[in-house]
Design a protein around this ligand. Structure first.
Ligand SMILES: [Zn+2]
Length: 274
């Protein structure tokens, strides 16, 4: 029996994806680093000054991180775009949407000196026009605000949904379900803003979830783009009775009758050998 696996023969993948680049990310990133987990952080390059603060309904003042801080803080994690100014895209025409996306991508690429491939929508508005603009700007994926509440990997990369918003009541039960699931290529992705951890007083809750996930050796921490690149490569695989053909440019992993094997890029793996 052939089963698809994540890189290095891991059965499941895990990611946290947090938006806005706020002060509470300092504590949050320290936490995920301490558990060797990987995050995707969606930033607004036009709001990276301390004066762009706002008061949450709880009274908590939410402050943005400045350029120097974001550059050092998110080392080892993915940076994605969240528009230039965290604007309401429903109020914008095509050229205004293009400006918000393009400028943020360019600024983040200049700041981090790497290609920015992902886009996460601000607020919860998404449309065919926003999707078109994300494609035109060269983004590889667009994360929208809906949850899947399942571990099945998505196939629409321009309407990518995370598994669960961290304020969802099912957060703990979903975590347990994920640890117990036997689904192929199971993926668990928690989405949120780190200021919620202050306003909802839930640092301990998230800490115990992340700690538990980190203790399971069959779960691979990945960034959102690493997951998407891998799933796309996996889409091109051909599995026949006697071989696995990897048509992609990266290694793919499988278990064949319980034996873990790496199929190198652009190569054919004879299954009968096992
Ligand atoms: Zn946001």
């Amino acid at each position: 029996m052939i089963r698809k696996l994540y890189p290095f023969g891991k059965v499941k993948a895990f990611n946290v994806t947090y938006d806005d680049g706020v002060l509470q990310d300092v504590r949050f990133v320290e936490m995920i680093n301490s558990y060797n987990l990987k995050g995707t952080f969606n930033l607004n390059s036009g709001l990276m000054e301390n004066e762009f603060e706002w008061t949450h309904e709880s009274g908590c003042v939410v402050k943005r991180l400045n350029k120097e801080k974001v550059l050092s803080l998110y080392r080892g994690h993915e940076i994605a775009s969240h528009t230039l100014t965290h604007t309401y895209l429903q109020d914008k025409n095509e050229s205004e949407i293009m400006f918000e996306l393009k400028e943020d991508k360019k600024n983040l690429e200049n700041l981090f000196q790497r290609e920015i491939k992902g886009f996460a929508v601000p607020f919860d508005y998404y449309s065919d026009l926003v999707e078109e603009c994300a494609k035109k700007c060269g983004f590889v994926y667009a994360r929208i605000s809906e949850e899947t509440l399942s571990f099945k990997p998505q196939t629409d990369y321009y309407r990518w949904k995370a598994t669960v918003f961290h304020l969802d009541d099912s957060l703990e039960s979903l975590t347990q379900d994920f640890l117990n699931t036997d689904e192929e290529l199971a993926l668990f992705q928690i989405v949120g803003h780190s200021y919620d951890l202050d306003t909802e007083n839930m640092w301990d809750r998230i800490d115990s979830i992340l700690k538990e996930i980190s203790m399971h050796g069959d779960i691979l921490p990945m960034t959102n783009i690493e997951i998407i690149d891998y799933l796309k490569a996996m889409e091109k695989v051909e599995i026949t009775n006697n071989s696995i053909i990897n048509n992609s440019g990266q290694s793919l992993w499988f278990s064949v009758d319980e034996t873990i094997c790496e199929v190198k890029p652009k190569s054919k793996f004879p299954v009968s050998k096992l």
